[in-house]
Design a binder for this molecule. Structure first.
Ligand SMILES: [Zn+2]
Length: 55
């Protein structure tokens, strides 16, 4: 199994630093990484299943 899904990628705005000019990067909220499209889909899916199980 060498197929790997990347859920996160380096933030383009701060280049993975998490900060721009000493301020927290708004794009990644200081994490230095942002979710990929694939990551967003999976997160959305997980959120939905959590919501369902709460009932
Ligand atoms: Zn950033």
């Amino acid at each position: 199994m060498d197929k790997r899904i990347n859920l996160e990628k380096e933030c383009m705005r701060c280049q993975g630093a998490g900060k721009i000019d000493g301020k927290t990067c708004a794009a990644c909220e200081g994490k230095g990484t942002v979710l990929t499209e694939e990551g967003k889909k999976i997160l959305e899916y997980l959120r939905n299943s959590i919501r369902l199980s709460e009932h």
